[in-house]
Write a protein that binds this ligand. Sequence first.
Ligand code: HEC
Length: 708
Amino acid sequence: MKALSVALISALAAALLFACSHRNDSPAAGTAAAVTATRIIDADNDPGQWLSHGRTYDEQRFSPLRQINTNNVEELGLAWSFDLQTRRGIEATSIVVDGVMYTTSAWSIVHALDARTGQPMWTFDPQVAKEKAKHTCCDVVNRGVAVWKGQVFFGALDGRLFALDAQTGAVNWEVATVDPTLPYTITGAPRVVKDKVLIGNGGAEFGVRGFISAYNVQDGSMAWRFYTVPGNPDLGFENAAMEMAARTWNGRWWEIGGGGGTVWDSMAYDPELDLLYFGVGNGTPWNREIRSPGGGDNLFLSSIVAVRPDTGEYVWHYQTTPGESWDYTATQHIILADIELDGEPRKVLMQAPKNGFFYVIDRTNGELLSAENYIELNWATHVDIATGRPVEVPEARYTNDSFLVFPSYLGGHNWHSMSYSPDTGLVYIPVLDFPANYGQPENFRYNPGAGNTGVHGIIGSLPDAQAERDAMRAIVKGRLLAWDPVQQKEAWRVEHKGPWNGGALSTAGNLLFQGTADGNLVAYSADKGETLWSFPTQTGVVAAPITYEIDGEQYVSINVGWGGAFALVFGEFVQSDSLPNVSRVLTFKLGAGQQLPPVDWKPRVVFNPPALEASAEVIHEGYATYQDVCMGCHGLNAVSGLIIPDLRGSAYLWDADSWNDVVLDGALKDRGMASFADNISPEQSAAIRAYVIQQAHRGKALLDQSAR
Ligand code: HEC
């Protein structure tokens, strides 16, 4: 009782302290997180804030702040850091309102910090059951919160949407946005428009039907839901848009995984047109031949959709990849801008979806204005502007033979935020540049629910011979690309060491900030791409930076911590000198000089496998099952990115029973390794173990060779 009251009193004192310090900073005295529509719409009049995911509703991720600029960026130093206390991927963009930062880490944990000092104010952990990780394609990440009229909103990995009291972190309401028995997840940041919280979800790799929903900020009641793909036509359609969409589907897609089309990341809002835009994901399964035999565009997969934010009523759509078959989502960052095209001012929407084309679309009506490829690609020759459709290369559909497709299922650009600078007129794109092999042998059986995407696992894996693997590694590239959306061509580029780098931020100081896979936060000149400053982050960076101002001082802040899809899957391609995951918020200002504590640990694989006894047949079966079910976390060909254990170094290889305790009975489920008993048989578990033992011997031999 005594302990409780002491805790209560100190909580009250903290709340009071906060209220007082707050009063000095803001006209909205006493109210934390006093974000309103007017404040977001007029954000340029109060540029010290970062009020919404992309700073403004047009999601440009450009800041008018210019105290830090090309002349003095060299003096930028670390002001404070905050340890996010996880070792999984960090993807969040922080929100900063009136001196308070709201951010998230892996496992959907929310932190409120003093944005000037990094001092924690409160933390909220939604206690997601760790075995939910099984339904994540791409790490247990979270991309941030939305803040509105005293509340902080975020989606938890397990599909719950929370409204927290911004002052205390206490739960005001929570609501399940998905059927918790289905493999839905939330990793994206909500947005708030007209007192409604907008949230989508992920899960298309595991078989779900996509949608976006709007919840009333006051009580969490649902205002509307817009499905992105039709359900079973026999049950009737939710609206005319679904009826239209159903005409573009064949077969019984609702029975084999729900169609997909999840809205897992991008949204933007135009208050003048009163249109909400969102990006729709890939199909379930990937291969259209299985999903919709005989073809069809499969609306609204891979589309940008515009709806009314009050009602969710459909207004227009543009489909980037009709009948998508390659995991070519259109969930990538959507930017709204007013630019001049052929001497005419145009209201445009811009996107660089996974499929490799950069689109400029009239956002009033969805008309395609231009599309050019921002990377070398080979699945289509070009986009026909008259029809708005890509002109495909027939082999790319891998119906008979496998095909090495540029770009891969991770896209030419993934979720990593772009930035548009109205000063330079350039869009900055974190580009991924590498192919993936897609194929569908005759005896292929689609296995929904197991993360089996409809592409044969072995065909999509790394070549076995080391020389071929090295050759492949040489074509895995990534860069920061400055793109001129008017000319539809490259302005400049900076090649990076690997493809999986951070999001971008441009500022009126002619600066462009981006973090890199090899552990640096770098400042470039926004017009020319000259490197002006960098800071070693001690870990790979995938999130995007923000900037804000308090008491006349400008700050640049970024969440660092290696992880996400590429980091888990392409272990082999992470630089051999790869850095550990050290998850932190790092915040910089001019003249500061804090040091990070040294990181003196590094994950590595110690090979000590038991003798290999299984037959070649069993090993091959294990290989195929591994690629389908385990690869997404433990890495292609059993080579991990060392965020999740590399199974080749596992002591569990020594004992078949304890291996099965983990793999089939879920002994480590509370640590993110769920039971796979529903997905694989005991024979398959044994075969996977045999395959991993073989790969461990291979890894050991290679290591011995290179040591010689
Ligand atoms: C969704 C991600 C995910 C998938 C998919 C996955 N694992 Fe895991 N696995 C983990 C995580 C996380 C751990 C580490 C748990 C811990 O911290 O102890 C782990 C640990 C293990 C371990 C123990 C390793 C050690 O030495 O500590 C084994 C064995 C294992 N996994 C086997 C498998 C097999 C076999 C498959 C495929 C059937 C698989 N896993 C699929 C996430 C995954």
